[in-house]
Design a binder for this molecule. Sequence first.
Ligand code: NAD
Length: 403
Amino acid sequence: MTVVGLGYMGLPTALLLARSEMTVYGYDIDKKKIKGLKKGTLPFEEPGLKELFTAATPHFVPIETLQSSDAFILTLPTPITTEKSCDTSFVLSAVNAVCRELKDDDLVVLESTVAPGTTTGPVQSLLEKTGKRFSLSYVSEKAIPGNTIAEMQTNHRIIGGLDETSAKRTKALYERFVTAPIHLTDCTTAEAVKLLENTYRDVNIALANELAIRLSQAGVNVWEAIRLANFHPRVHLHQPGPGVGGHCIAVDPWFLVSEKTPLIRQARLINDGMPSVVVGRIEEIFHDVHQPTIVLLGVAYKGNVDDDRESPAYTIKDLLEAQGYTVRLYDPLMKNKPLVSTQLSEVTKDADCVVLVTDHLMFKDIDPRHITNMRSKHLFDTRNILNHKAWEDAGFTVHILGK
Ligand SMILES: NC(=O)c1ccc[n+]([C@@H]2O[C@H](COP(=O)([O-])OP(=O)(O)OC[C@H]3O[C@@H](n4cnc5c(N)ncnc54)[C@H](O)[C@@H]3O)[C@@H](O)[C@H]2O)c1
């Protein structure tokens, strides 16, 4: 079998299958990646990936040219277009390449996140044009960076088949490494499930953000109000924050948006507007300060990962710089990023405010008493994770989003 697209999803999937002692060809359009893999160089870091690569090596074969195979799993990127819809060009280009190799009774599985109807629409149409008999399925991914390999095996899997044979063949493939229950459905439902998972989270984060804005005006600490409301057995409010990043929550809900989904659209707009809310609060604090310098603690879009895709930190930085602020970025997990420092004392020198953007656990270990080189001492905690008493005792004026 062959995995097409060896990125964050494709490479671990290929290696997990290869570790189950089946020959897995790994194809990627990026020839450098294939050359590296042939030499044992992994294209990105992920806990357990090296060990998995070693275990899978005898059965994992990186290839520079797509060749005939019994099954193809497609894990191509599906970025968002400027019109906020799903860009399927990478998927369809890969499907075209698969079509050139397709034989009767091959299985094709699409894993990329797509708008409902993509598998049985353009993908199926291209495959049908070959005149070959084929099975076709959609399988969604919900692995989290930092725990991808474990989650790929232990998360429930939703497999959508074009027909019963497609679903059963796909299940047999994934059963080689998935230990959790596997649920069978049709392709379009499976595509929708992936979008629903992230839309649910986006809408609920938007609700928490809206509550943070509304309740702080009423003098309520939203964090405390949410904590207490969640004692209700059927309430699970999410947490507010400086905005939503990453490739899933910040992107996938757009693939569902239409004139019939004002709530989903509004949730996206609320969450995309949170960097402006953060900036507005900073402007209130520093309205009479000449050229303030702001330090953003955390550039990753979420805690404890080194992934800065769609991170609200960059939007906050751009908005502040447009207002004439100097902005410095600090994130010890984001190594080799020219704009991001990994030295706290370097970025706090003569600064006016540290703004906690990312909830990295390591930020809780910062001892504010050691920050002695700032021009004025302000902390703005947008995630409510720091020990505010300790920061106040160290001379900081503490501001909290939603309070
Ligand atoms: N990364 C995640 O955490 C995550 C989680 C759930 C779902 N997804 C979805 O899975 C899909 C893949 O995401 P990813 O993060 O693995 O992407 P990625 O960008 O890390 O990897 C995609 C790979 O596909 C290759 N590629 C592009 N065009 C190609 C072509 N025509 N033929 C062969 N290879 C080609 C690229 O070179 C790249 O290596 C996306 O739809 C994404 O939304 C990702």
